[in-house]
Ligand binder design. Structure first.
Ligand code: AP5
Length: 215
């Protein structure tokens, strides 16, 4: 099964993807996580992307499509995948269509997580992440077992640089102007399910799973 999780920054895409990985046994492909890994390793792509990411702007489509063209060829993608954070522009969605034609695959479902902007700002203020694994916590809504530490590795959790309030507001603007039009783009294919992303994490997950049956 090939699923796309669409939603605002901080809308819970990463949180829900991690739960789906466990239940569906298919990989999460998060463009944000892949890019952060490139930035950490200071690769050519990482050097080009870091400036855009810190400012809360989108990395150019061409770079993202090159990166995803390689990622979707990897063996773990043969049984399906969860796309988290890609595509997020119309040119990226058209590029994904081209990649899927080459791979003789199709997207089965687009899950749209709906969360109000005010809730997003609160969520981002309390987010803590384990950068190496992409595991995500919230100091109030989804706290780690030991404060400030990743549950599995016990390594230190950090605040993402792009979680500053001004940057979050800019990312939200870009979501509304540039990414939200993808909902119409995919609605024409009758593969979109809108999910209330303001509920608690497990309730949202159950709702997503319900929407994936019969796909
Ligand atoms: P990326 O890492 O993809 O960021 P994003 O899309 O802005 O999404 P986030 O990771 O911030 O949030 P999320 O929806 O995963 O929410 P989460 O589960 O963490 O991208 C970062 C940057 O990389 C972009 O700005 C851009 O520069 C670049 N980039 C990436 N992809 C790109 C692309 N395709 N094209 C161009 N550029 C690209 O949850 C957030 C918080 O809320 C957490 O603390 C969590 O614990 C909490 N939470 C989750 N669910 C709930 C709930 N139901 N109730 C209460 N709290 C909750």
């Amino acid at each position: 099964m090939r699923i796309l999780l669409l939603g605002p920054p901080g809308g819970g895409k990463g949180t829900q993807s991690k739960l789906l990985v466990e239940k569906l046994n298919i990989p999460q492909i998060s463009t944000g996580d892949i890019l952060r890994e490139h930035v950490k390793k200071q690769t050519d792509l990482g050097k080009k992307a870091s400036n855009f990411m810190e400012k809360g702007e989108l990395v150019p489509d061409k770079l993202i499509l090159q990166m995803m063209g390689k990622r979707l060829l990897e063996n773990d993608c043969l049984k399906g995948y969860i796309l988290d954070g890609f595509p997020r522009t119309i040119p990226q969605a058209i590029g994904l269509d081209d990649l899927l034609i080459d791979l003789n695959q199709k997207l089965n479902k687009v899950i749209v997580l709906e969360v109000r902007d005010n809730d997003i700002v609160e969520r981002m203020g309390g987010r803590r992440v384990h950068l190496a694994s992409g595991r995500v916590y919230h100091i109030k809504f989804n706290p780690p077992k030991i404060e400030g530490m990743d549950d599995i590795t016990k390594e230190k959790l950090v605040i993402r640089k792009d979680d500053q309030k001004d940057t979050v507001l800019k990312r939200l603007d870009i979501y509304h102007s540039t990414t939200k039009p993808l909902i119409d783009f995919y609605s024409k294919r009758n593969i979109v399910s809108n999910i209330d992303g303001s509920k608690d994490i497990n309730a949202i997950n159950e709702n997503i799973i319900r929407n994936l049956t019969n796909v």
